[in-house]
Write a protein that binds this ligand. Structure first.
Ligand code: PMP
Length: 351
C-alpha cells in the first residue's frame, strides 16, 4: 500500500488549540456578528429544507459576492467568474490536484500550498524571500528554470504580513505560467489587487475568502478568473461543497450585514496601526510592517515569549520553528481591549 507510505511521511497540519481568553493566533476577525444579524440568520436557518441538497452552483451567493466586489472595487463580475470552495483551502487543494506536476511558492508562506502538494504527490518548487520577506528576481528565475505549472503568491503574505513586489508577480504572469494571487488578506491592504488582471488574462486567478472578515465558521472561499477559466476549474469541484446553511448565512451577511463587516475591517486596520506603534516602542522586539489583520514580530527567544503570553491568557502563533522564521511570532489583531491587554503583557514580560 504505497499511499500509506506517502501518508506516513506527511506531517499532520494542525493548529494550536491551547484555550486562552484572548485568541490572537488564527487571523480571524475578532468581532462576532451583531445580535440583530444573528437573529436574521436564525430565522433563515429555520426556513431551510434540511432534507434537500444546497444549490450546487451557489448562483445567488455568487451574484451577491459580485455585487459586494462591484461596490468595493468597481469591477463587474458574473457568477461564471467564480469558483466557490469550502474555505479557500479547498480551492488551493483543487488547483493543486488538477495541475500537471510542479507547484511553485515562496518560503515562508501559507503552509497549505506545501501540504496539498505533498498529499497530491506533486513536486514542490520552493524559493526564498529576502530578509524583508519580499520576492527576489534571482530566486524566481531559479524557480522558473524548474518548469513550474503553477505559482502561488499570497499577497499580503501569511505569516509575514507584507505584500509582494507587484512587478515580480507580473514578471511571472508575463511568462504565461498559471499564477494564483492569494488575496485572503486584501481587505486589510491599501495596495492594488490583481483582480483586474485576473479577469483580463487567462493565466491569472485571484483567491479570496470570507474567513478573515468575520465568517471563518461557515467556510466560504472563492476564486475569481476569466469566465473561460473559472468554468473549467469549476468542473473539478465537488458538487455540493458549499452547504445550504453556509450559502444562506453568507448571503445575509454580505447584504444586510455589509455595513457591519466593512466597519469591522476599518476598526481592525486602525487597531493594527495603533498596536504596531506600541510594540515598536519595546526595544527588544523587531516588528515587520503589515498589510494584513495580523503582524509578525521577531524576538530573541520566541518560545519563552509565546509561553509567557499563554500564562497571561493570550494565545499567539509561534512561527520560530519554521524555516527562515527563527524568533518569529505572529499576532492577529484583536478587539481594542484585547490589543491593549497584549501590549500590557508585552511590557510586563520585557521590563
Ligand atoms: N490563504 C491564506 C494566505 C491564508 O492565510 C488562509 C487562512 N489562514 C487561507 C488561504 C485559507 O483560508 P480559508 O480556507 O479559511 O478560506
Amino acid at each position: 500500500m504505497r499511499f500509506l507510505e506517502n501518508l506516513k511521511n506527511l506531517k499532520a497540519y494542525k493548529t494550536e488549540t491551547t484555550p486562552c481568553k484572548i485568541k490572537l493566533s488564527s487571523n480571524e476577525s475578532p468581532f462576532d456578528l451583531s445580535e440583530q444579524l444573528k437573529e436574521k440568520i436564525a430565522n433563515k436557518i429555520k426556513e431551510i429544507p434540511f432534507q434537500r441538497y444546497p444549490d450546487p452552483t451557489a448562483k445567488q451567493l455568487k451574484e451577491i459576492l459580485a455585487d459586494f466586489i462591484k461596490e468595493e472595487e468597481g469591477i463587474s463580475l458574473k457568477p461564471e467568474n467564480f469558483v466557490l470552495g469550502n474555505g479557500s483551502d479547498e480551492i488551493i487543494n483543487l488547483l493543486i490536484t488538477i495541475i500537471d506536476k510542479n507547484v511553485a511558492y515562496p518560503i515562508p508562506t501559507f503552509p497549505m500550498y506545501q501540504v496539498s502538494s505533498d498529499v497530491a504527490r506533486k513536486n514542490k518548487i520552493e524559493f526564498e524571500l529576502d530578509e524583508n520577506f519580499d520576492l527576489v528576481k534571482e530566486q524566481i528565475d531559479k524557480a522558473l528554470e524548474k518548469n513550474p505549472d503553477i505559482f502561488f503568491f499570497a499577497s499580503p503574505n501569511n505569516p509575514t504580513g507584507n505584500s509582494f513586489n507587484k512587478d515580480l508577480i507580473n514578471y511571472v504572469i508575463d511568462k504565461g505560467i498559471f499564477t494564483v494571487i492569494d488575496e485572503a488578506y486584501i481587505h486589510f491592504s491599501d495596495k492594488e489587487s490583481f483582480l483586474k488582471k485576473a479577469i483580463e488574462k487567462e493565466n491569472v486567478a485571484v483567491l479570496r475568502t470570507l474567513s478573515k472578515i468575520g465568517l471563518a465558521s461557515i467556510r466560504v472561499g472563492y476564486l475569481i478568473a476569466k469566465e473561460e477559466i473559472a468554468t473549467q476549474i469549476d468542473k473539478a469541484r465537488l458538487p455540493f461543497n458549499i452547504t445550504y446553511p453556509s450559502q444562506e448565512i453568507a448571503k445575509i451577511v454580505l447584504t444586510e450585514g455589509r455595513k457591519e463587516i466593512k466597519n469591522q475591517i476599518k476598526i481592525v486596520k486602525a487597531e493594527r496601526e495603533k498596536v504596531i506603534k506600541e510594540v515598536e516602542k519595546i526595544k527588544d522586539i523587531k516588528v515587520y510592517p503589515s498589510d494584513a489583520n495580523f503582524f509578525l514580530i521577531r524576538v530573541k527567544d520566541a518560545d519563552y515569549l509565546h509561553k509567557e503570553l499563554i500564562k497571561k491568557g493570550i494565545l499567539t502563533r509561534n512561527m520560530s520553528h519554521l524555516p527562515k522564521m527563527e524568533g518569529c511570532i505572529r499576532v492577529s489583531i484583536g478587539k481594542p481591549e484585547e490589543n491593549e491587554a497584549f501590549i500590557v503583557a508585552l511590557k510586563e514580560i520585557f521590563d
